[in-house]
Design a protein around this ligand. Structure first.
Ligand code: MEV
Length: 303
């Protein structure tokens, strides 16, 4: 039996804008998904999971298919999944499960796979299942750390930062990424002269945020501006706004939704105020999680 794992992610800046070629900043969190792979005699695929990542495990099935064709071997497999964070919450569970499935299979077959191929295959799984996806989630879960994502060049650059404590507030339900991406695209088609400058501004915020992060400066103000712009393109929700305002009142220096929006999660940057901010989010009915950005991306757990 072989086992691999990969972390969840949060997007600090640039969600949605990244779909239109603007940069994003996203980081791996210290909560992971673990996937085990074992050969079965039956010759077919069996999947068991502590929690359902997504109905019918489409990501795992596609990851098995792409891994088998990339590695040139097609075997009956038993795949087991365990997760340390709520799946389907907007924290990148689909990319994490895809990448760790591919890594677990290549480990089981005794074939090494480099991280570039792993990220590329993970991204392909997401594109095939969702229809469209930027490289953000697959890159972060593969390489780990805090990354500056350049979607047009399909490359990422690590951003060196110290400890980056974040409070995540989960609404308990996921916004439909595919639907939300389509909604923004339609809004842009109807109002290009208004939407294009908003999306460009999101990109500028991301570029400035990178500089502030590298200089150890506060990014709260930029998070708040980004949240306003995300609201303006229609991906906010009443719940997310309530948590965002509660977090700011409790002392967060900035707060915004993270990922596709509509539901899912928000994040608050709240150095030294994490407990107060987490409590404020819970008082509004959210599930608060304190996370740290983790340097570790996908890794083999057992050969
Ligand atoms: C979803 O986590 C982030 C979006 O920008 C979509 C994507 O990047 O594929 C909304």
């Amino acid at each position: 039996m072989a086992k691999a794992s990969a972390p969840g992610k949060i997007i600090f800046f640039g969600e949605h804008a990244v779909v239109f070629g603007e940069p994003a900043i996203a980081g791996a969190i210290d909560k992971r998904i673990y996937v085990s792979a074992e050969e079965t005699r039956a010759g077919k695929l069996e999947i068991s999971s502590s929690e359902e990542i997504s109905d019918g495990h489409p990501y795992v099935k596609k990851a098995v298919e792409l891994a088998s064709s990339f590695l040139g071997e097609d075997r009956g497999l038993e795949i087991g999944i365990e997760t340390e964070f709520p799946p389907a919450s907007g924290l990148g569970s689909s990319a994490a499960v895809s990448v760790s499935t591919i890594l677990a299979i290549s480990t089981l077959l005794g074939k090494s796979i480099d991280k570039k191929d792993l990220a590329r295959l993970g991204h392909q799984v997401e594109k095939k299942v969702q229809g469209a996806a930027s490289i953000t989630d697959a890159s972060v879960t593969t390489f780990g750390g805090l990354l500056f994502v350049k979607p047009l060049l399909e490359t990422v650059e690590p951003i060196e930062v110290g400890k980056l404590p974040v409070v995540v507030g989960y609404t308990g339900h996921l916004g439909e990424t595919k639907e939300l991406v389509r909604k923004v695209k339609n809004l842009k088609e109807r109002n290009p002269e208004i939407m294009e400058p908003i999306i460009r501004t999101m990109g500028r915020i991301t570029v400035k945020a990178r500089r502030l992060l590298e200089e150890g400066e506060d990014i709260g103000e930029l998070m708040d501006i980004n949240q306003g712009l995300l609201e303006s393109i229609g991906v906010g929700s009443a719940e997310l706004s309530r948590y965002v305002h509660a977090a700011r009142r409790a002392g967060a220096s900035g707060a915004k939704l993270t990922g596709a929006g509509g539901g899912g999660c928000m994040i608050a940057y709240s150095r030294g105020k994490e407990s107060d901010v987490a409590r404020a989010i819970e008082d509004e009915g959210g599930l608060a999680m304190r996370v740290l950005i983790s340097r570790e991306g996908a890794r083999v757990e057992k050969k």
